[in-house]
Ligand binder design. Structure first.
Ligand code: ADP
Length: 547
């Protein structure tokens, strides 16, 4: 087929010459089909959520072409993934697997090493391998999105729920191994997986959990999706937020559908924040709250309804509290401070009883109001929570992309203890940082009994280079300031993965050193997603790649 079309030269990974790159691409085309190896030689397109690029980070917070791949490979089977991995070892080519690549706010589809070869698993490997109504479980390939799994269950008429995150277009498998969360009682996605199939960096194939034991007559083990712990060290965890393997199949537990009641509680005063958190804590620990509820600031009511910032505010700089108040007056929930979004599950009598306990607990905070879906207009966000909290995938949260022209966003997501005083400390750090760097603060707190995922959504104009610099500086400072108080991130954008890994530094970076030992043992040639989550293989380590 001759030389690949290279009018616009793709950037091969550092250290690989253009000729060697072209020759190795040709070799891969011969083994998995020319149409399945696409050189990235076209102008980059940011697209939008449902047409997200697999070449770079659509929400680039540095130059668009800095975190970019040289080629995208589309394997059609586990065997082809193994072929690609062996090819990468032969040519010392950095490869970066993605499932769907809609990891918005955390780097999208971009590889950490410029010129890395993206393995887009989702394009051709997207079947629901098994959907077991009796066991209430499934096995999926990387390309199965929340929408496809949901539709498959509906099509088969099974009375089961999935658990989806705020946006339903991502990969069920990809989100779980990045340890994403959702909002039904099965919201911890990684905790609700059961069994994995993994292509190791040397090309060998591994099954974890009960899947390691061959089933009768060559079948998959019949308890693969039944028991997580199996036998021996439980190694599934090392394949999440890491670069130790490519996950080609993953099992998940599903929920049975059940009656549910979503509601929101509005609070009047900003100052009651710590007390709200302290009221949630025992309710969550005792299991009275049905799911991981969200506590959102009133400014979120503005952006989640697709409103433009320019409607409320002129000039640069963040909206003032007074402007937020003014704008909120015209919204269904009115001028309030924090809004709690919860959902209760069970039969109607038990939901009623749970709500009584919750109402009583919050009654000590003056001016709170309970609202049910029937109390708010059809298009209010509460109706979207009803769907997400009962396993229906939606795209509502895309609405905040109207906030600014060319809007993109980054998540800052530290973990705080569920304690009013600590939540207050973290909120003050984040507020001060946003003020200093001139960004509106959009906080959503996912509050469990013992910890809070504090998620700040930093929305920026990706056509404004100066604003992007500020966003990066803000993130760097927040990571640093939170770590000083003992708060660390649960997940972060590619650019900050080294910095966050360094904050987990107890005993002279013992954790990072163990991860590096595992990396070197499993991936001696250092080909798989070098740098992901701050883990660099030996051949890159300490050579100036760390950011
Ligand atoms: P989603 O589209 O579900 O939001 P991605 O496909 O972007 O998620 O995956 C998020 C991150 O997880 C990727 O950037 C990649 O580092 C990692 N990842 C995704 N899928 C796999 C996989 N099958 N094997 C190993 N790592 C993966």
């Amino acid at each position: 087929s001759g030389k690949p079309d290279m009018d616009i030269l793709p950037t091969p990974p550092l250290g690989v010459s253009q000729d060697v790159f072209a020759a190795s691409i040709e070799e891969l085309r011969r083994s998995i089909g020319a149409e399945n190896v696409v050189v990235n030689d076209q102008p980059l397109q940011d697209g939008w959520y449902l047409e997200s690029p697999n070449t770079h980070d659509a929400f680039h917070v540095i130059e668009q072409e800095e975190l970019v791949c040289s080629a995208v490979v589309y394997p059609g089977s586990t065997e082809e993934v193994q072929i690609v991995v062996k090819w990468a070892n032969k040519h010392l080519m950095p490869i970066y697997p993605i499932s769907i690549g809609r990891n918005v706010g955390y780097g999208g589809a971009a590889p950490r090493i410029p010129g890395g070869v993206v393995i887009d698993l989702g394009q051709r490997m997207h079947s629901v391998v098994n959907l077991d109504g009796e066991n209430a479980s499934c096995i999926v390939e990387p390309g199965v999105t929340y929408f496809t799994l949901y539709e498959e269950i509906q099509m088969r008429g099974l009375p089961l729920w999935i658990d989806c995150p705020d946006l339903g277009g991502g990969s069920v498998l990809g989100n779980a191994i990045d340890r994403g969360v959702g909002y039904t009682p099965a919201g911890d996605h990684f905790a609700n997986h059961c069994g994995m199939e993994i292509v190791l960096p040397n090309g060998e194939l591994l099954r974890t959990g009960m899947g390691a034991l061959p089933g009768k007559d060559g079948q998959d083990n019949s308890t693969w999706q039944s028991f997580q712990n199996a036998y021996g060290p439980k190694i599934d965890g090392i394949f999440s937020q890491s670069n130790f393997g490519i996950v080609t199949k993953m099992g998940f537990w599903l929920l049975h559908d059940m009656p549910h009641q979503s509601y929101c509680i509005t609070f009047e005063r900003d100052e009651d924040f710590a007390q709200i958190v302290d009221t949630i804590k025992p309710l969550a620990q005792k299991g009275i709250l049905g799911n991981i509820p969200q506590l959102r600031h009133i400014i979120q009511e503005l952006n989640v309804t697709g409103q433009r910032k320019s409607t409320f505010h002129t000039g640069s700089g963040p909206m003032t509290r007074k402007e937020i108040r003014q704008a909120a007056k015209d919204l269904p929930l009115g001028d309030c401070s924090w809004i709690f979004y919860g959902t209760q599950y069970g039969d109607s009598a038990s939901i009623e009883r749970q709500l009584d306990i919750i109402k009583k607990a919050f009654s000590s905070i003056p001016g709170n109001k309970f609202l049910f879906p029937k109390d708010v207009p059809e298009d209010h966000y509460l109706h979207s929570r009803v769907q997400v909290c009962s396993g229906v995938p939606i795209l509502r949260e895309l609405d905040w992309l109207n906030w600014l022209p060319n809007a993109a966003h980054l998540f800052f997501s530290p973990i705080a203890p569920t304690r009013g005083k600590d939540a207050q400390t973290i909120h003050e750090i984040v507020t001060a940082g946003h003020k200093k760097y001139g960004f509106d603060l959009f906080p959503t707190l996912c509050i469990a009994g013992r910890e809070i995922h504090y998620i700040a959504n930093v929305i920026f104009d990706r056509a404004d280079a100066e604003q992007k610099k500020r966003a990066v500086a803000l993130l760097r400072e927040l990571v640093h300031d939170c770590a000083k108080e003992g708060f660390g991130e649960y997940r972060t954008h590619l650019l900050f993965q080294d910095q966050v890994a360094r904050t987990y530094s107890w005993n002279d970076q013992a954790l990072l050193r163990v991860n590096e030992s595992i990396k070197d043992a499993l991936d001696p040639n250092g080909i798989l997603a070098p740098g992901r989550c701050g883990i660099w293989p030996k051949r890159f380590r300490g050579k100036g790649w760390e950011l």
